[in-house]
Structures are given as C-alpha cells and as structure tokens.
Design a protein around this ligand. Structure first.
Ligand code: ZN
Length: 275
C-alpha cells in the first residue's frame, strides 16, 4: 500500500473521547477535510504537551499522520481557544450545541469551508456575547440556510400569500412561515409577532446586533421550539439523502444493537470528557 501523505489543516475540536489508558480520540472539523477522527497520544498523562491544544471547542493548526483506521495527531498549535466559553455554563452549553449540530451534519473527509467559517465565527461571537441563546439562534438560522433548509419568512409556505407580522404560524415541515388563513386551517404552530419580527431581524443582522434585542421568556421558548423543529427537519433530510446514511449502513453491517450500545457508551464518555 502506498504511504499516505500527512495532512496539515486548521480545525476545530468538536469533541473527544478516551482511548485506552493515556490517549483520546478527537473529532476534528476542518474546512478542507470535513470531519476527521484522530488519536491524540498520551494526552491523559500529566505534562502532556498536546493536551492543551486538543480540548473540545479549540481551533488549532494540526498535523496528522494517516494511520490504518484513524489519523494520529503529530502536532497541534492553538489558534483560538475562547476561554470564556468554558467559564460560563450558558456559553458552554450553546457552544456544545453548535459543535454537536456540525458533528451530526457533516461527513468524514468532505470539504465544508462555509460551515467551518460559520462555526468559527459563531464560536467567536458566542465567546463575547451578552446573549448566548441569541448567538445560537443566529448560528442555527444560518446553518439551516447553508444546509438547504432556509426558512421562508416572506410568503406563506402553503398558499404563497405575502405575510404581515400578526397572526401567523410556523411550520418546520413545510419550511417556514404560514399565513393566518392557513394557520387557522391547522397548518403549523402559532408564531407570535415578536418571534416573527426577531426571525426576520436576525436574518438581516449581525450576531452582535441580534444579541442586543430584548427578548421575553415566552418568545425565547417559542424561538427555541421553532428552530429546533427546523433543525430536526434538516437532520432528518440528511438522514434520508446522504449525511448519516453511510454511518447507518456501517451500523447495519456490524449489527444494529451493538452499534447503538457503542454510540450510547461513546456519548457517555464524551460527556465525561467534556466536563
Ligand atoms: Zn397561506
């Protein structure tokens, strides 16, 4: 087998999990190579030089050697570590939610420059924002755009009528806002005027400007719900059309129950690794 060339890339560490006694497997997200899984050797030993550079939510420059099944990290230099993401539980929660969304929606070894730039920019914004929740909404709206699930906010997704701010609904399944008539006929969930206005404002505004808007608890909960349903729609679409398909096929090949047990264990280990 020909010797494979080492990889040099900038990447963000999405998560990591323990491997053996001293190592960790890091899931990296790179603009040119998408998701990469790489072993960080010896990082669980005290005095490891590598460990500070491979923490989740660190952006770094990495050198990777290609092993038989996993890459091996040969060098790592931190570019951005956004310490404030780790100092505040709200920021950390939203940052991990962004990382998980990227993790679930990208393939191994597939270029994803625009999504990488969005994640890097959004983590930077999140690190300095007054409203971590608004930063996640702002990220999610752009994530949906990039994945081909841009929510329609100008015309009813059912009858194409132009919509005004009052009396509308939101249907994640149909891909956006629903006019009062169609909502009255039972399509979608209620979309309050403040939530509608904020969605439109967010689309045309910076993350920083979005975070300045005062949002009450009901509107926050409503936006969380609508955007979560749209995200699920996008992730489901990828499940059907690629995305997760390859990993599902792999899971079927080794037995469904074994795969889900392994995924469960991995999730638990990941939780421990992050805390
Ligand atoms: Zn309508």
């Amino acid at each position: 087998m020909p010797r494979q060339r080492p990889i040099r890339t900038e990447a963000i560490v999405l998560r990591q999990r323990p491997l053996g006694d001293a190592d960790r497997i890091c899931v990296l997200f790179s603009p040119t190579r998408g998701r990469l899984e790489a072993v960080a050797k010896g990082v669980r030993r005290p005095l490891s030089k590598l460990s500070g550079h491979v923490q989740p939510l660190t952006c770094g420059r990495f050198g990777l050697a290609q092993g038989r099944s996993l890459h091996v990290i040969t060098e790592a230099v931190t570019v951005e570590s956004w310490p404030s993401l780790h100092d505040d539980v709200d920021r950390l929660t939203e940052a991990l939610a962004m990382a998980e969304l990227v993790d679930r929606s990208t393939d191994l070894d597939a270029a994803s420059g625009p999504l990488y730039q969005l994640l890097r920019h959004s983590l930077g914004e999140l690190a300095g924002t007054a409203s971590p929740r608004a930063a996640r909404w702002w990220f999610t709206l752009r994530f949906l755009d990039q994945q081909g699930y841009r929510p329609e906010l100008d015309a009813c997704v059912r009858c194409r009528a132009e919509v005004k701010p009052e009396g509308n609904g939101y249907s994640a399944a149909d891909g956006g806002v629903v006019c009062p008539t169609c909502q009255g006929a039972g399509v979608g969930l209620r979309l309050s005027s403040p939530a509608f206005r904020l969605l439109r404002y967010m689309r045309r505004s910076s993350c920083d400007a979005t975070a300045q808007v005062r949002v009450d608890a009901d509107t926050s909960a409503e936006l969380d719900r609508h955007l979560r349903l749209s995200m699920e729609q996008a992730l489901d679409g990828q499940l059907r059309s690629g995305g997760f398909l390859k990993s599902l096929e792999r899971a079927e090949a080794i037995g469904r129950s074994a795969a889900s047990a392994a995924a469960e264990r991995e999730r638990e280990e990941q939780d421990r690794a992050v805390v």
